[in-house]
Design a protein around this ligand. Sequence first.
Ligand code: FAD
Length: 443
Amino acid sequence: MSTTSHPPLPKSIIIVGSGVFGLSTALSLSKRASFSPSEITLIDRSPFPSPDGSSIDTSRIIRADYADPAYASLAAAGQEIWRQQEANQLGGEGRYSESGLVLVSNKGSDNEIYVQKSFHNVLDINKGTENEGSVKELPSRREIEETVGTRGGSGDWGYSNTRSGWADAEAGMLFLRRQVEALKRVEFLTAEVASLVFSGSNTTGVRFKNNSTISADLVILATGAWTPTLIDLRGRAQASGQVLSYLPISDAEQERLGKMPVLLNMSSGMFIIPPKNNLLKVARHNYGYSNPISIPNPEGEGQIKVSVPRTALSDPNLWIPHEGEAACRQALREMIPSLGDRPFTKTKICWYTDTPTGDFIITYHPSYSNLFLATGGSGHGYKFLPVIGDKIVDCIEGRTPEEFKEKWAWRKEAVQNVLTADGSRGGRPGMLLEEELKKGSKL
Ligand SMILES: Cc1cc2nc3c(=O)[nH]c(=O)nc-3n(C[C@H](O)[C@H](O)[C@H](O)COP(=O)(O)OP(=O)(O)OC[C@H]3O[C@@H](n4cnc5c(N)ncnc54)[C@H](O)[C@@H]3O)c2cc1C
């Protein structure tokens, strides 16, 4: 493996992928004086906002409630920005709501430890501040149900944190895009990148599906769950599909449930975020499905097998597998019993870019010069929208924050199976999307 380095100042930069990682990087590069002479091109295969990108949805949880203190502290810094509620700020116009979070686990499950560590981390964050009382232990199901206020609940131990909440994910991304556009530094291209262009071990640009190419001094890959189709990430990152189900609710239900906290059970992975615009979402955060198919080796000859996202974009009639819908149904019955039997009118599979530890991959590629990776969101990257771009650009400049040096680095050893072991995942590992779909979908 050759040692790689970045050019002192790339005259031209291509960012592939306009999700949280790519777009926030574009904003930070545009603002940073050291990159003012650089031409920046941002490429996405879909017109913005990408309909099947992970960063685009009705809602995402915004929490500093992490078992890992480094992510807890970075998330807390991001939340300070989410909390700015003026219309011209990220958190304004309903883009962020501090509804509170009830984080729970089932007694005896492996994920109890995550919730306990997270509890202590958020207690520490608030210690000695005016927010000291915002985190409260919920030692039984009765207390959990009283706090959730829907006559339902989940789990049997947990805590509530009134300083966590949720974001309107698509609205947050639209706001970010407007910020980038306003600086007039970035050229936006809508085109699918088919492959990277290498000259020996040097990355010189990207090739599009129509075989045309563009070159740049630095290529930043921020293609989320599709990244393993453009560079070999076997054993380091893998696309995992997660289920989401949506149901319409009345004005009266919106009024009532709009005030509930986010409820997340780390043992089952099931969660509900307060509804918006009369639409409620039930979703699952667990090991998910993989969708392994053979693709041309992005770095050379032959074929390799990787999990590739399958979404409604290529498969408009895609409905989640029976087992996933059954899990959403059960969670709805448990968490909001009054809506327990209301049919789901829409479902979706959204793709995580999972890494073995749940850490992001924000680093130069170890074998190809001028290639930088900004990916590996592992199902928790959205909340960092206000801060991750600056961190990515710090890493590009060789100033990776000390606490993330090891976490965000290229893993030296590839693992056999990527199953995120950050303590936040539950469920059945190793589910294959194709197999589960064959068992049936639509209850
Ligand atoms: C169901 C679900 C729930 C989640 N919940 C939360 C949560 O509650 N809180 C939280 O903080 N995070 C959450 N996350 C995680 C978070 O949404 C992701 O970590 C984050 O959005 C990832 O951003 P990204 O930029 O890496 O990927 P994406 O947003 O997917 O962006 C990648 C972009 O690359 C483009 N692209 C791909 N291939 C190509 C190509 N070949 N050529 C050109 N363009 C290409 C795509 O069109 C896409 O726009 C959740 C994720 C999912 C799926």
